[in-house]
Design a protein around this ligand. Structure first.
Ligand code: AMP
Length: 487
């Protein structure tokens, strides 16, 4: 088995790795690090949770440990789709670069004051971690030059595509020197991403740790077909699932922020301990909610895709898709929030009759049929107003399009137990925007108490210790196929 010393990393890095408590490189690290150290371009197909971040941060520290940055001319650039992921990568650099005190880093993310970011750039930066919008903004203000970039990393490329960042990335690549090393990571490799990789990379080494668009190996996931698209019925189905299963904690995904708010409020009314997370909430609320979920004060987190992207929380027992995601790839990401860190996970997706096409797209992507579960629900009574039924998926608008304004007044369940004043919840239906809460420090797989203490001491992971304990990482497990039920 490959060890960290086998990978050609310096003693300082090995010491920092030891302090965090990592004993063995993950497969993506074992495969990618030697090529990055050889200054080769790398095309990495890996999702979060595989140790992907260290696969580029560790060798970058090694390469950049010699040489110095000039003012406003960073030596390396890492693009992340969200503030949360950018913050997470910065935290990785801080932890692994602990014995490289002269290495400087700056984080350029939107929603934060530009002043300190500009000051950091003026001092000279070895590692620049940025979200595309803020980087372009600062470039256009003349605060940064990109012609000294030696190493360029595009992380989560498929997410960049989903979030409409590709034109920004093309613009940024046009500002970089052609003589550079490029590392390109994506959880999935749809044709658009493959084309981009072909354009940006030169003779890359491809490293893949799980097949594109595969679902986690220890997640049991199934579909619950609902007879109608009635909103109350959907929420009742969700409540029934929550009551019938041993749900310790769960992510509940909705496609729209408005529905995040509605489902959240409805669950609270029914006595569930739930919080909500979406991009329109202010930063302190998001951080507080996330902290409460991590610490177990909140057990259900109703959220949108962007808000939950990349969250590395080791022990989440369930994922519920209140809506089938519009993009098939999001299904893989959503259900991948459970079954992490070697633990078993369960995911349910509520499917209304109009969402069949979306399910078919997911099954095509993951190349298998998803198990169907049955659920006994009370019938929707005739002649009562139970809220508006949903529009067919095809008319709801897809990626990037805005849904038509929907104003639901009071909804009443058949048993009259639920009344939601929607107008008091969220004013308008809005699509998710690429903004995220900060991410906690990385957590080691199987770290020891001593190493956890070292991590806490270093500031990493001290807030919410979700180590992986004695559990075997998911990527070391053998794939388990989900049998389709005969009924
Ligand atoms: P990532 O895929 O980069 O988001 O990493 C997922 C988690 O794995 C993070 O909490 C890391 O701290 C942790 N991790 C990364 N590399 C290793 C390793 N070699 N051994 C144990 N844990 C690791």
């Amino acid at each position: 088995m490959t060890t960290f010393p086998d990978l050609g990393l310096s003693d300082e890095l090995l010491k920092a790795i030891g302090d965090v408590g990592y004993t063995t490189p993950t497969p993506i690290q074992a495969q990618a690090i030697p090529y990055v150290l050889q200054m080769r371009d790398v095309l990495g197909c890996a999702q979060t949770g595989t140790g992907k971040t260290a696969s580029f941060t560790l060798p970058m520290i090694e390469i950049l440990s010699t040489g110095r940055a000039r003012a406003r001319m960073p030596r390396s650039l890492i693009l992340e789709p969200t503030r949360e992921l950018a913050t997470q990568v910065a935290e990785n650099f801080r932890i692994y670069g602990k014995y490289h005190p002269s290495l400087s880093m700056a984080l350029l993310i939107g929603g934060e004051n530009m002043g300190p970011q500009i000051k950091a750039l003026e001092r000279g930066v070895d590692v620049l971690i940025a979200t595309p919008g803020r980087l372009i903004d600062l470039f256009e203000r003349g605060q940064i030059m990109l012609n000294d970039i030696k190493i360029f990393v595009i992380d989560e490329a498929d997410r960049m595509l989903d979030m409409g960042f590709i034109p920004d990335i093309e613009k940024i690549v046009g500002l970089l020197p052609s003589m550079r090393q490029t590392l390109f990571f994506s959880a999935t490799m749809p044709p658009e991403i493959r084309k981009l990789a072909d354009r940006f990379l030169s003779n890359p080494k491809t490293v893949t740790v799980s097949p594109p668009a595969s679902t986690g190996v220890n997640i049991t996931h199934s579909i619950v077909n609902l007879p109608t698209a009635n909103d109350w019925h959907k929420r009742e189905a969700l409540r029934t699932l929550l009551r019938n299963h041993a749900v310790q904690n769960a992510f509940i995904f909705c496609n729209r922020k408005r529905d995040v708010a509605i489902v959240h409020k409805s669950l609270q009314k029914h006595g569930f301990n739930a919080g909500a997370l979406h991009g329109d909430l202010d930063q302190s609320t998001r951080t507080e909610t996330l902290d409460s979920f991590r610490s177990g004060n909140i057990s259900l987190l109703v959220c949108s895709d962007v808000a939950a992207r990349g969250l590395d929380i080791a022990a989440v027992s369930h994922v519920f898709n209140f809506d089938v995601p519009f993009n098939a790839e999001d299904y893989v990401h959503r259900i991948g929030r459970t079954g992490r860190a070697g633990k078993e996970g369960t995911a349910f997706t509520l499917v209304t009759p109009d969402e069949g096409k979306l399910v078919a797209a997911i099954e095509t992507l993951i190349k298998k049929d998803i198990e169907r579960s049955t659920l006994d629900l009370p019938p929707v009574q005739e002649g009562r107003s139970f809220g508006r039924d949903r529009k067919p998926a095809s008319s709801r608008g897809g990626r990037g399009s805005k849904p038509a304004s929907r104003h639901r007044a009071e909804e009443r369940a058949p048993n009259a137990t639920e009344t939601i004043n929607v107008s008091a919840v969220i004013p308008e239906p809005i699509y998710e925007s690429p903004r995220m809460p900060p991410h906690p420090a990385p957590q080691p797989y199987g770290h020891t108490t001593a190493s956890a203490a070292a991590l806490a001491h270093s500031g990493g992971g001290s807030d919410h210790g979700h180590g992986f304990g004695e559990h075997m990482p998911a990527f070391l497990r053998r794939p388990r196929t989900v049998e389709k039920r005969s009924s």
